[in-house]
Design a protein around this ligand. Structure first.
Ligand SMILES: Nc1ncnc2c1ncn2[C@@H]1O[C@H](COP(=O)(O)OP(=O)(O)OP(=O)(O)O)[C@@H](O)[C@H]1O
Length: 279
């Protein structure tokens, strides 16, 4: 379990995260949503240990995250970052094997090779395993990086998987497939924390949704409690309707327009200008 208590973070004298408290249980899929610049990635980096809080504490299994050594942390959690640049000519298989580095001493063993193959199969990348990573398309690179993260936590019970916009660059089928993999991992006891922009994906896959705004938690709880029309309007500044699908009862978010439309703003700017020049 992860316990986040009154965490704050500052950069260049500016507060990016303020007073965030949260419990993340293993076996749950938590989606972090919010507009651009809300602090989602910064918060995720605090959870992974990449950044250190300026105040408050983050505890993993009852122990402060700051007290974990890097190799120890690497055996408990995996991260799919938003940007994963690889310029060296590693093959896809070699990239995925990097997820096994925290577990073998000098060279990979038979078990590591088997896990790499299983993870490549999981993300449907077996056919591209020998390709040089930088020659892959954006979506293929994203799936290879997901396979690497899976390889890292493949055999760990109660591990955590942190995903920053995991559906970035993926086609619709692979978006669903990636989140389905994460969902299944949660079903087997992994704690999944994913930054998602697609509110419908959050509704469909998450057990809990944390909605952030201006570096703070605006709302948190079950998806249907958090992703309400009112919360979405207030936080994203957009009008939506939540519609129930008759066949399954599932709810979907339909965007029905910006609160302040760009055209409306342009029209008022033109009329302001006309009155300023006396027309
Ligand atoms: N090192 C830094 N110094 C100053 N400001 C920063 C720094 N890192 C992030 N920020 C700012 O903090 C805010 C939160 O950034 P963050 O990347 O966490 O947002 P986000 O919610 O993940 O956004 P997006 O949806 O666009 O990815 C942004 O306004 C960003 O410009």
């Amino acid at each position: 379990m992860m316990e986040i208590l009154e965490v704050g973070y500052k950069a260049n004298g500016r507060s990016l995260i303020t007073d965030v408290s949260l419990r993340i249980e293993a076996g749950r899929f938590v989606a972090i949503v919010g507009p651009n610049g809300a602090g989602k990635s910064t918060f995720l980096k605090l959870l992974t240990g990449e950044l250190t809080p300026a105040c408050g504490s983050i505890r993993l299994e009852g122990r402060d995250l700051k007290r974990y050594r890097q190799p120890e942390l690497a055996r408990r959690r995996a991260v799919l970052a938003q940007q994963n640049h690889v310029s060296l000519p590693f093959s896809v298989r070699e990239i995925v094997m990097m997820g096994r580095y925290p577990f073998h001493k000098n060279a990979p063993e038979e078990r590591d090779f088997a896990i790499v193959e299983a993870c490549l199969r999981e993300v449907e990348m077996l056919g591209l395993a020998d390709r040089v990573f930088p020659t892959l398309s954006g979506g293929e690179q994203q799936r290879a990086q997901l396979a690497k993260a899976l390889a890292q936590i493949w055999e760990i019970t109660g591990a955590f998987l942190f995903l920053d916009e995991p559906t970035n660059g993926l086609d619709l089928r692979h978006q669903c497939h990636s989140l389905e993999i994460a969902r299944q991992l949660a079903g087997k006891g992994t704690g999944v924390v994913a930054v998602l922009h697609d509110l419908n994906m959050a509704l469909q896959y998450a057990d809990e949704v944390v909605m952030m705004q201006h570096g703070k938690v605006y709302a948190k709880g079950r998806p249907e409690e958090t992703l309400t029309e009112e919360n979405i309007r207030r936080v994203f500044d957009v009008q939506v309707r939540l519609v129930k699908l008759p066949e399954s009862g599932e709810r979907i978010v339909l965007e029905v327009g910006n609160r302040k439309s760009a055209i409306g703003n342009q029209e008022s700017a033109i009329s302001d200008r006309k009155s300023a020049i006396g027309k």
